[in-house]
Design a protein around this ligand. Structure first.
Ligand code: CMP
Length: 139
C-alpha cells in the first residue's frame, strides 16, 4: 500500500552539504519527497521528538546533537514507504549498514548517522504531525 513516512537529514549531513546527495538516494529508491523544510530545533524541541528514548543513556547526547545545527525534515511517500526508507537508510550503526545505503556511505557514527526514518505507521503519523500541517503535505 502507499504509505507516508517521516525523515530527517541530521546535522552531521546538513553540515557536510549532503542534503542533495541523500535526497537523490531517497528518490532513486522510489520515495517521493512530498514535504520538506530546513529548521534548527531547540534542545527542548528535540527532547519532545525523542521522548521515547528519555530513559536511554544516550538521550542527552542525542538531543544536544539534533539541536546543534540545522536539520531538514521531510515527508516521504511511496509504496511501502516505511520499509523502503529503512532499507535505503541502512542499519543505525554505519559499521553494520549494507553497501549502497545512506548510512554506509555518509554516516560518521551510531549517533551522527546522517538520517532518521520512522519505524512504523503509528510513529510516522505522530512524527509527521509534530513538524508539518496537513496543508504542507503536497502528495
Ligand atoms: P534515530 O533513528 O534518529 O533514533 C534514535 C537515535 O538514537 C538513533 O537514530 C541514533 O542516531 C541514536 N542512537 C542510538 N544508539 C545510540 C548510541 N549508543 N549513542 C548515541 N546515539 C545513539
Amino acid at each position: 500500500a502507499v504509505q507516508r513516512t517521516f525523515s530527517i537529514v541530521k546535522p552531521d549531513a546538513t553540515r557536510r552539504n549532503l542534503t542533495g546527495a541523500i535526497n537523490a538516494k531517497l528518490e532513486a529508491a522510489g520515495l517521493r519527497i512530498i514535504a520538506q523544510k530546513r529548521i534548527h530545533l531547540t534542545k527542548a524541541q528535540a527532547g519532545v521528538f525523542y521522548a521515547v528514548h528519555k530513559e536511554r543513556p544516550f538521550y542527552d547526547e542525542l538531543c544536544e546533537f539534533m539541536s546543534s545545527e540545522p536539520i531538514v525534515v521531510q515527508v516521504l511517500e511511496g509504496e511501502d514507504a516505511i520499509a523502503k526508507n529503512r532499507e535505503v537508510m541502512g542499519a543505525t550503526n554505519p559499521a553494520q549498514a549494507a553497501e549502497g545505503t545512506i548510512r554506509k556511505e555518509f554516516a560518521l557514527s551510531i549517533g551522527e548517522n546522517s538520517i532518521h526514518g520512522s519505524d512504523a505507521p503509528e510513529t510516522a503519523a505522530v512524527e509527521i504531525a509534530y513538524f508539518f500541517s496537513g496543508l504542507e503535505l503536497v502528495g
